[in-house]
Write a protein of this length. Structure first.
Length: 262
């Protein structure tokens, strides 16, 4: 993978596309890879990107929420085989969802560069490194908010990420002005680098802290582009028309800069 945006999402402006799809390899998703493709076709998607959680090369730690390096070859082979088999029905892309852990990122990319990966999306769940279990999406104080924004900005500056998944994952409960101050920095950098920000259907369905309407309004006022991400952990979630369309409506409430839907 070269150090540049691996896939420009704006080329799918007028297509129904989902680039946020998981597989059982991450240990918290369900269903066969083929089922995701078939449900995507049934739901009318023209483009499907697989983006399972990237396998960080941890030492002495086995993550409970992602595949291991030994699983990558099988993942790649499966997606590429489905891409060929269903090429007349849907366009399939191979990707990963990844955090940005600075001290390990170069090693990760060295291990992945042998594979024909089309894109990566940045989904920053943990701060510093997953090993420390500092999850950003739960009762975040100001220091956590600052760290989250800093890490996301550093991540998108690498040039490897095509968009930011659930950028509003951080769950800050303090002063609204503080939230706006720091998340504005994230929005400005994403706009500068032309990185879309996701409105996450899975979070909307589960009624968790994201999508955050305050953030969406802030990003819209900043001029950011939005993308709808199903964040499918089960093939049937690709058929969830109700929550998908409500997320589209949420984006349209604030902006017309919304891509990858039809």
């Amino acid at each position: 993978m070269k150090q540049s945006k691996t896939l420009d999402m704006t080329q799918f402006q007028n297509k129904k596309a989902n680039f946020h799809t998981h597989t059982t390899r991450c240990k918290h998703a369900y269903g066969e890879d083929r089922a995701y493709v078939e449900k995507a076709i049934e739901a009318g998607f023209e483009v499907l990107g697989f983006s399972d959680h990237v396998p960080w090369p941890f030492e002495g730690y086995v993550s409970p929420i992602r595949m291991q390096m030994k699983d990558v070859e099988g993942y790649v082979d499966s997606v590429l085989a489905l891409k060929e088999e269903y090429k007349s029905d849907i366009d399939i892309y191979l990707g990963f969802e990844s955090e940005y852990f600075a001290e390990m990122f170069s090693e990760l990319m060295e291990q992945l560069q042998q594979y024909p990966i089309d894109y990566m999306i940045l989904g920053q769940h943990y701060l510093d490194n997953e090993v420390y279990r500092r999850y950003a999406g739960r009762d975040a104080d100001e220091a956590t908010l600052i760290s989250y924004v800093k890490q996301v900005i550093e991540g998108i500056r690498t040039g490897y990420f095509s968009y930011v998944a659930h950028p509003d994952l951080v769950s800050y409960q303090g002063y609204p002005a503080v939230y706006l101050q720091y998340m504005k920095q994230l929005c400005l950098e994403a706009k500068k680098l032309e990185i879309p920000l996701e409105i996450n259907v899975n979070g909307y369905r589960e009624k968790i802290q994201y999508p955050n309407e305050t953030f969406i309004q802030l990003a819209a006022e900043t001029g950011n582009t939005f993308i709808i991400g199903v964040d499918a952990h089960d093939p049937s979630q690709l058929l969830d028309k109700k929550n998908y369309e409500e997320c589209v409506s949420l984006g349209k409430r604030y902006t017309d800069r919304l891509i990858c839907y039809r």
